[in-house]
Design a protein around this ligand. Structure first.
Ligand code: AMP
Length: 382
């Protein structure tokens, strides 16, 4: 357990590495509680920078810039786990970093993450390390086909993934990952995808938002339904596995565990994200304390907030495709009083780019799902 740390109180400044929508929603939560926020990333006029007090523009590899940034804040957190380990280490020379660089190191690399989970005795999708076309052939024979080849590092939203259905696909998949270290995973014919977003404080206290149900389109999250429509026993198991993951990693902050629920009712961990997650966005509108405020509280060594969900909710992502025929009809969607609109301030809509999301609040998950889909339809009804 970490040494007792003085809390960073309202009025102090929090540093965020990364500048996307997760940092933006973190900054909104932090400013609401009277904190100042600085963000550092290679980009300008960013989703986080538009809301933060100061936006620093530097490469993550510019360690002097990272040290200067970290020297001006009380504590550093991140909204993007793919910042290099050396960046987190440079920041840690100047102030506390939460979650720690060690958590980042494990979760930013699929192979390290899966190896860690398997060694800890947690249920993970069967996998093999691959570093040549020959070892890919051996791994495919051991795991069976179909399987999915994924880059070992820096993958998200289904990028860097290649499905292998027969031996004929092996060469193309190996080329697809750039002929470098990769992970072959058994293809899991799952019934449903679930996730648990949870928070853990400096001294080990743990809270969670329950198991939510996720639907992906082309590898990108499309819809989250909270609570997930799964048996109570499944939801409980997912939470217990998530607690075990956070304890094993000694995470101080927010972490999301994504699961496959197999037809036989068992759960397998697909992947971890050591930060607020898209599947927890509903908490911004539906829960006593949002996942972003929990990240703030954990980062600042404050007690965690209540996690009661006030109403059933459904969240639908707004990808760049929504802009295909021009500006979406915001007024039509705003005509639904139980639907909340979130836009991330991104300047250029591109297909597959997460531009915003909608959250519907209703008395039942079915009604929330119906309304969020209707609101999204209204955006493009022309
Ligand atoms: P990932 O970025 O690894 O979470 O993959 C994105 C999505 O692709 C997942 O949410 C699943 O819908 C699908 N997927 C990834 N890996 C597998 C697998 N081993 N078996 C079945 N579907 C998968």
């Amino acid at each position: 357990m970490s040494r007792r740390r003085e809390p960073s109180l309202p009025g102090s400044t929090i540093g965020v590495l990364g500048s996307g929508q997760l940092g933006r929603m973190f900054a909104i939560a932090a400013r609401r509680m009277g904190y100042r926020v600085h963000t550092l990333s290679p980009d300008e006029d960013t989703p986080t920078g538009q809301v933060a007090d100061r936006e620093f523009n530097a490469s993550y590899d510019d360690l002097d810039a990272v040290r200067a940034f970290a020297s001006g804040v009380s504590v550093v957190t991140f909204e993007f786990e793919n910042v290099p380990a050396a960046t987190a280490a440079a920041a840690a020379e100047c102030c506390p970093v939460r979650p720690s660089g060690q958590v980042l190191h494990i979760t930013q690399h699929r192979l390290r993450e899966k190896t860690f989970l398997a060694k800890t005795g947690l249920p993970v999708t069967p996998f093999r390390r691959v570093d040549s076309i020959e070892s890919l052939g051996t791994a495919a024979a051991e795991l069976g086909l179909p399987a999915i080849l994924k880059t070992a590092d820096f993958g998200y939203d289904g990028k860097g993934q290649f499905r292998i259905s027969s031996a004929d696909d092996l060469a193309a998949a190996w080329q697809g990952v750039g002929e470098r270290e990769a992970v072959l995973e058994a293809f899991i014919p799952f019934d449903l995808e679930l996730s648990v977003v949870a928070a853990r404080a400096e001294y080990g206290s743990f809270v969670h938002y329950g198991a939510v149900e996720n639907h992906h389109v082309r590898g990108i999250l499309d819809l989250t339904i909270a609570p997930g429509r799964v048996p109570e026993k499944t939801a409980r198991e997912a939470v217990e596995i998530s607690r075990a993951v956070m304890e094993a990693l000694d995470v101080v902050g927010v972490l999301c565990v994504e699961f496959f629920l197999k037809k036989d009712g068992t759960l397998l961990i697909n992947e971890l994200a050591p930060r607020p997650h898209n599947s927890g966005h509903f908490t911004f509108d539906a829960s006593v304390t949002s996942q972003f405020e929990q990240q703030l509280r954990a980062t600042c060594a404050l007690p965690l907030g209540g996690v009661k969900q006030l109403t059933p909710a459904a969240m639908a992502n707004l990808l760049g495709e929504i802009w295909a025929d021009g500006e979406p009809d915001w007024e039509a969607a705003a005509g639904m009083p139980n639907v909340k609109l979130h836009l991330y301030g991104k300047l250029t809509p591109r297909p597959g780019r997460k531009m915003g999301h909608l959250t519907a609040l209703a008395n039942t998950t079915e009604a929330a799902l119906r309304d969020v889909l209707e609101a999204r339809r209204r955006l493009t009804r022309g």
